[in-house]
Design a protein around this ligand. Structure first.
Ligand SMILES: [Mg+2]
Length: 310
């Protein structure tokens, strides 16, 4: 692509010089960093395609921010500290430089906010805008939190409020997820959490992932699900409709995690210094399935679907 090197050069200048544990940054064949002794390296990547995961009308800086946030969120969901990111972007030829810089400004804003350095990437020509970010982080040895550690009896907790991502998408606005690094460090650093996942696709499907990986069932109570004001507003103030955004809307990037009963008090006390926390229910043996109690009835929790609750 004409101008590719110019784009990389501009981004390289904006990224600054390597320092600290970063030995080599943008511009060489590889980036190089020194891992912290005794830590596990975490890596994750996420690809977003124009028209599928975002619309240009949401604004390029916001799209850049969100794509970086989605990756940082995955590192936090493993109890890790996010450190570095690589950004590969497919750019339509028309206005490529402007698009790249505008997108990069949003990525950089998010990266800076959460202490992440962009250390490399690639640009190619593409019919549609495509963004693929890889994030790298680390967790103290043995402290990486997985989706598979929950046991029957563990309490199920969610941070923040749900439905913001979905409400913003419906209004064609950008949603900049808050992310919860302090909450993740505090609870995972003290080994209070038995399993954790970030909510990228909605409470329902993420709870199913936790149950499948942990080999458990779950029971959550509809009335305990924290629904955001934005979700209520787009639902005409009707909570049952807003619940649809919480359960299956996605893009909230809140943390869903389980805590053994003996740690519940400590986890809530410490965690609530950093974020609103709602206890939704408890994990069950697998044979009892994934259940939702609401309006006096026990039902199987629908796995997804925007209309499941309307
Ligand atoms: Mg995730």
């Amino acid at each position: 692509m004409p101008g590719e090197f110019k784009i990389i050069e501009r981004i390289r200048k904006a990224a600054g010089r390597p320092s600290g544990a970063l030995v080599l940054g943008i511009g060489d064949d590889c980036a190089a960093f020194r891992p912290s002794p005794g830590c596990e390296t975490l890596s994750t990547s996420d690809m977003l395609v124009e028209g599928v995961h975002f619309r240009l009308s949401q604004g390029l800086p916001a799209v850049g921010y969100k794509s970086m946030a989605a990756n940082i969120s995955d590192i936090l969901a493993c109890g890790g500290k996010p450190l570095y990111a690589l950004a590969a972007v497919g750019l339509p030829e028309k206005g490529a430089m402007r698009t790249a810089l505008s997108l990069y400004s949003g990525m950089r804003k998010c990266a800076d906010k959460f202490g992440v350095r962009i250390i490399g990437g690639d640009t190619v020509r593409s019919d549609k805008l495509v963004i693929s970010i890889t994030a790298i982080g680390e967790a103290a040895g043995g402290k990486t939190v997985t989706r598979s550690g929950a046991k029957p009896g563990d309490y199920i907790i969610v941070s923040g409020e749900l439905g913001n991502g979905s409400a913003a998408l419906k209004k064609n606005k950008a949603w900049l997820p808050p992310l919860r690094p302090e909450l993740s460090f505090e609870l995972c650093g003290r080994s209070l959490v038995s399993s954790m996942i970030d909510i990228s696709d909605g409470l329902s499907s993420e709870l199913y992932h936790l149950c499948e990986e942990s080999g458990t069932g779950a029971l959550i109570y509809e009335e305990l699900v924290p629904v955001s004001k934005a979700a209520l507003n787009i639902s005409g103030g009707i909570r049952r409709r807003a619940l649809s955004a919480a359960f299956s809307g996605g893009e909230d990037y809140e943390l869903l995690f389980t805590v053994p009963a003996e740690f519940l008090g400590t986890a809530l006390k410490l965690g609530r210094r950093h974020a609103k926390l709602s206890v939704l229910g408890r994990m069950l043996p697998a044979r009892q399935g994934v259940k939702l109690f609401g309006s006096g009835k026990m039902k199987v929790l629908p796995r997804g679907g925007y209309d499941a609750f309307i």
